[in-house]
Design a protein around this ligand. Structure first.
Ligand SMILES: O=C(O)CCC(=O)C(=O)O
Length: 192
């Protein structure tokens, strides 16, 4: 949800994104639907659907192409805090789902830190995106091993995480979405 402060633009871009994803996955099963099915099998007593607000669909997924030299700084995702103007901020719990479409030659590792976000951490926030490395330097970390195209990684995004610098000419390509859980309704909504 890159346009957290401009809902009109977010929902307009979501419509265009839906058309683009349809074109990209024309002729094959849309991986977004495959992820919904996989999540449905993990949580058989929950329904799984795309998030909607009034008559608007949220964006289905974001495709990230990380080229050589790119990295994603230490950050967390928490729609209850960052997306308060969106209906999905009323969820009880959030997970992040990343389908790997192409790995880089080297680097591009997902590193998870054993430290969850607290409001006080906002003082360590970078101006543009992410947080100061000081925040996680003394936390235990876990590097997701040997990920391959086709792997689906599900994390609790309130724990700090980062993607290390991409090395080599082959870009790292992923398709990402968030899952929001409404515990009482046993309902999971997906958005990006
Ligand atoms: O690309 C990844 O492995 C992690 C993506 C990420 O940072 C996120 O979903 O918040």
């Amino acid at each position: 949800m890159a346009h957290a402060t401009d809902k009109g633009k977010y929902f307009k871009d979501s419509t265009e994104c839906r058309i683009t994803l349809k074109e990209i996955f024309c002729g094959i099963t849309n991986p977004v639907l495959q992820i919904y099915e996989a999540v449905g099998r993990m949580f058989p007593d929950h329904s799984v659907s795309l998030a909607r607000e009034f008559q608007y669909d949220y964006s289905q997924a974001v495709i990230r192409i990380h080229e050589k030299g790119r990295s994603v700084p230490v950050h967390k995702d928490n729609v209850k805090y960052e997306g308060r103007e969106y209906d999905v901020s009323s969820i009880d719990h959030q997970l992040s789902c990343v389908l790997h479409l192409q790995e880089s030659e080297s680097g591009g590792d997902l590193v998870l830190y054993n430290r969850s976000w607290k409001k006080d951490d906002e003082q360590f926030r970078n101006i543009d995106f992410g947080y100061s490395r000081n925040l996680t330097e003394s936390s235990q970390s876990y590097r997701a091993p040997n990920l391959e195209a086709g792997d689906l990684v599900i994390i609790n995004p309130i724990y700090y995480h980062e993607v290390t610098r991409i090395i080599g000419d082959v870009p790292r390509i992923t398709l990402g979405m968030f899952l929001g859980f409404y515990s009482q309704k046993r309902k999971i909504v997906a958005w990006a």
